[in-house]
Design a protein around this ligand. Structure first.
Ligand code: NAD
Length: 260
């Protein structure tokens, strides 16, 4: 098993990509804390994954924008399991508007979940990783860490910002054996994307079918969605890679939509 008894915290893992990563990690023997705003869903997912084994999972309530909740959640994991080896900062939302119509409160909410959340969770985990002189931090970026699309100013700004945070952390963490990388998925059919299909159809004045075929999959090499399992496989590689040869990188998983 590639993650036997490794301790991982995955934020936003009650659903979608984070849940698939938690599942993949538990299948490789890890102890995974599913940290999510939705406490009941996190606990239900953890019970389900523990049944599947061979690793196990716990669910913890965490709003990644709250310094207090992040610190409490990380402290709970460390007290229960003795440390933290892997952080996947994955919690995220999407809000789409043209810039001139973007409510400032919604801009701030999105930036806070993606950027404050990534910063606060990394900050809370690092001392424990530095003490052990090893660790892997994985940030969930997006093709939108590298490209822009209309209506997504806040998301594109946040996802570009994550690259800067991850690269700085790679440099600061290097001497302590802590690696920092970003996964950049293309469109994955999770609740986050399902919600956008009618919203984009409305805002762009096209049909929902056109949103899927043209906007979401138009630039892929094979008109296919990336799957949660594809992303989880990359998250496993980044978590289990043994040296700091692989740090400060951003890996695009997008059926060729983006090749940078
Ligand atoms: P999802 O909606 O299925 O899951 C997101 C999870 O984050 C939910 O369980 C939600 O409760 C949780 N969450 C939201 N706000 C939170 C907060 N403040 N604190 C803690 N948890 C919070 O979405 P997903 O598609 O699985 O997205 C996961 C990540 O992947 C996001 O960062 C997203 O930007 C990124 N991503 C998604 C896609 C895609 O196409 N689905 C593509 C590229 C990147």
């Amino acid at each position: 098993m590639k993650l036997d008894k490794k301790i991982a915290i995955v934020t936003g893992a009650a659903s979608g990509i984070g849940l698939a990563i938690a599942k993949r990690y538990v299948a490789e023997g890890a102890i995974v804390a599913i940290a999510d705003l939705k406490e009941d869903a996190a606990q239900a997912a953890a019970a389900d994954l523990t049944k599947q084994g061979p690793g196990k999972a716990i669910g913890i309530a965490m709003d990644v924008t709250s310094e207090e909740q992040v610190n409490e959640g990380v402290a709970k994991v460390v007290a229960q399991f003795g440390g933290v080896d892997i952080l996947v900062s994955n919690a995220g939302i999407q809000i789409v508007h043209r810039i001139e119509d973007f409510p400032f409160a919604e801009w701030k909410k999105l930036i806070s979940i993606h950027l404050d959340g990534a910063f606060l969770t990394a900050k809370a985990c690092l001392p424990h990783m530095y003490k052990k002189k090893s660790g892997s931090i994985i940030f969930m970026g997006s093709v939108h860490s590298k490209e822009a699309s209309p209506l997504k100013s806040a998301y594109v700004a946040a996802k570009h910002g994550i690259l800067g945070l991850a690269r700085t952390l790679a440099k600061e963490g290097g001497p302590y054996g802590v690696r920092s990388n970003v996964i950049c998925p293309g469109f994955v059919r999770t609740p986050l994307v399902e919600k956008q299909i009618p919203e984009q159809a409305r805002d762009l004045g096209i049909s929902e079918d056109e949103v899927v075929k043209k906007v979401m999959l138009g630039n892929t090499v094979d008109q296919l969605f990336t799957t949660v399992e594809d992303v989880a496989e990359v998250a496993l590689t980044l978590a289990s890679f043994e040296t700091s040869a692989l740090t400060g990188q951003s890996i695009v998983v997008s059926h060729g939509w983006n090749m940078n």
